[in-house]
Design a binder for this molecule. Structure first.
Ligand SMILES: [Ca+2]
Ligand SMILES: [Ca+2]
Length: 551
């Protein structure tokens, strides 16, 4: 019976299960996973055959001896090993074997005992042909042997670089950091054995990219990454990236570039704002993908996330321009000139009150370069979450977590006054408030929460209305060029992505730039989200398109 059973199960390939990666820990902590695995196993044609054959044997009275067999669902879910595990080990697959499995099913018990090192590798399943750990390990060892072939004394740093990318799958500008981690004694070479010890036996191989990078960069006694920890990889990037070669004659700008990239990384990734980047934050953000992109892309300016040299250039030049005495600090009077005097005194006061973010300059009343980077990123891309949080704190004068009508009026008053000074037709606060409420669609019309603002694509424009005169005017006059510049280029899809709680009022220009035909009105459009009625209306000399769901 045993023989017969093994014969039946031998052709079952765990790959057929089409499973997502599942570790045995996950199964242990969540019985649902085990049930799901069992359900999937049950649905396989091979399983049907097996069950049928057992059923037929039961019918003919042949005693069934499947005790201890791993295909029993009870055994599988109760022992944290998914079904089919022993079969895969007996067929040479690398999954971990557990002593509970009977030797008769496993074949040779010696095999299990002779490979205790397997216990170091967590158990995984792979959905689409990715190799399971042992195969991964063997492949890694094989590639490793190729790299170290002819180098019995080990590799020097410059020879080690391709290994970083091809075996460790890390961006090549991590090679010096990786080399240093392995060559702890500072001998200047890494041998095959020390590499295998660190990368394969030290379990780095099976970690995800974020954990690998976190482990490599982190100081041993800390549980987070400091800004300083990123400097070595930026040094290597600057020394080796073809798109940054031209900076090699000007080390001071190399340093500024590196700082700016790090500030940008912390601005977006370190959401706690405490300059301690945790593994959790690293996993949630897009930094790893951006690093891989920077490594693969010869034109660094195409890497818009964090690494673009042009972005650095603009940020740095703006700072230099405002910092007239070049002591690397700027005060309120300097900042008020930002963007051709775009900002109001009231908002600049709030920035210098350090409510949105405490300055790192350590000089009273002055902003350092890092503080300026935070400011300019918030000012130039008001669609990002860090930016919305920054400006929300500025406008929330009493810090009670909601923005009220009075708080908005306080900021808008100065805009109104400036419009009058420029002989512009002023837009009254009551009218602007209606417009703002329509743009944001808050849960409660009496106030705005941060959540309301994060839920609207137009929140950035609301802040411009309140304290950036140039961007507000561009928005009001609907100059498509300026609108695009101020980041209000809406995609029609995002309009329909809105909840249909009430009528939506969208500026005409936004809809026109989406290529919609507004030649006749009212007219109807058949869209995926249903039949919608469009109507062109005029209000306060501004033209809106009213989008209304037809009931
Ligand atoms: Ca200065
Ligand atoms: Ca408030």
């Amino acid at each position: 019976m045993d023989l017969d059973y093994n014969g039946d199960s031998g052709f079952l390939d765990p790959e057929l299960l089409q499973l997502n990666e599942v570790s045995c820990l996950a199964i242990k902590s969540n019985p649902y996973v085990a049930h799901k695995l069992f359900d999937q196993w049950l649905s396989l044609p091979e399983t049907t055959l097996l069950v049928k054959s057992l059923f037929n044997k039961a019918k003919t009275g042949v005693p069934l001896n499947i005790t201890g067999s791993v295909s029993s669902p009870k055994a599988s879910s109760g022992n944290s090993v998914p079904p089919l595990s022993p079969r895969s080990s007996s067929s040479g697959s690398p999954r971990i074997t557990k002593p509970r499995v009977g030797p008769s099913v496993l074949g040779s018990p010696l095999k299990v005992l002779s490979e205790p090192v397997k216990e170091l590798i967590p158990q995984f399943y792979f959905q689409n042909g990715r190799p399971p750990p042992n195969e991964l390990k063997e492949r890694c060892l094989f590639r490793c042997n190729q790299f170290f072939y002819g180098h019995p004394d080990g590799l020097q740093l410059h020879e080690f670089k391709p290994l970083t990318k091809e075996i460790c799958k890390l961006p090549s500008f991590f090679s010096a950091v990786l080399f240093k981690k392995i060559d702890v004694a500072g001998t200047g070479v890494v041998t095959r054995d020390t590499f295998v010890d660190y990368w394969i036996n030290g379990s780095m191989l099976v970690k995800d990219a974020a954990t690998q990078i976190f482990t490599l960069l982190k100081q041993p006694d800390l549980r987070y990454l400091t800004q300083e920890d990123f400097k070595p990889i930026l040094r290597e990037l600057l020394a080796t990236h073809p798109g940054l070669e031209f900076l090699q004659g000007t080390p001071e700008f190399q340093e500024r570039y590196a700082e700016t990239v790090i500030y940008r990384i912390y601005y977006y990734m370190n959401r706690a704002g405490d300059s301690c980047l945790t593994l959790r934050e690293l996993k949630r953000g897009n930094l790893i993908a951006a690093m891989q992109h920077a490594d693969d892309e010869e034109d660094i300016n195409k890497v818009l996330r964090y690494f673009s040299y042009e972005h650095f250039y603009v940020i740095y030049c703006k700072f230099w321009e405002l910092d007239t005495d070049h002591d690397f600090l700027i005060d309120k009077e300097n900042l008020i000139r930002y963007g051709n005097h775009a900002l109001t005194y009231r908002i600049v006061d709030r920035i210098f009150s350090q409510v949105p973010r405490k300055f790192t300059s350590n000089v009273d009343g002055k902003m350092g370069y890092e503080d300026f980077v935070y400011f300019i990123l918030s000012e130039e891309d008001k669609s990002s979450e860090p930016s919305l949080e920054y400006w929300f704190k500025c406008v929330d004068l009493d810090g009670n977590g909601v923005i009220t009508r009075n708080e908005m009026q306080f900021f808008y008053e100065e805009q109104l006054h400036r419009m009058e000074c420029m002989a512009q037709e002023p837009v009254l606060f009551e009218d602007i408030l209606c417009q703002i409420v329509d743009m944001i669609g808050p849960k409660d019309e009496g106030y705005f929460t941060l959540r309301d603002l994060k839920g609207s694509k137009l929140s950035g424009s609301v802040f411009n209305i309140l304290f950036n005169l140039n961007k507000f005017m561009a928005f009001e006059t609907r100059d498509p060029f300026l609108i695009r510049q101020s980041g209000i280029g809406l995609h029609i899809g995002s309009i329909f992505g809105c909840q249909w709680k009430k009528m939506l009022m969208m500026p005409l220009m936004v809809v026109q730039t989406c290529g919609m035909n507004l030649s006749r009105h009212p007219f109807e459009l058949q869209l995926r989200s249903g039949l919608l009625r469009w109507q062109v209306e005029s209000k306060n000399s501004l033209i809106y398109v009213v989008v209304n769901k037809r009931m």
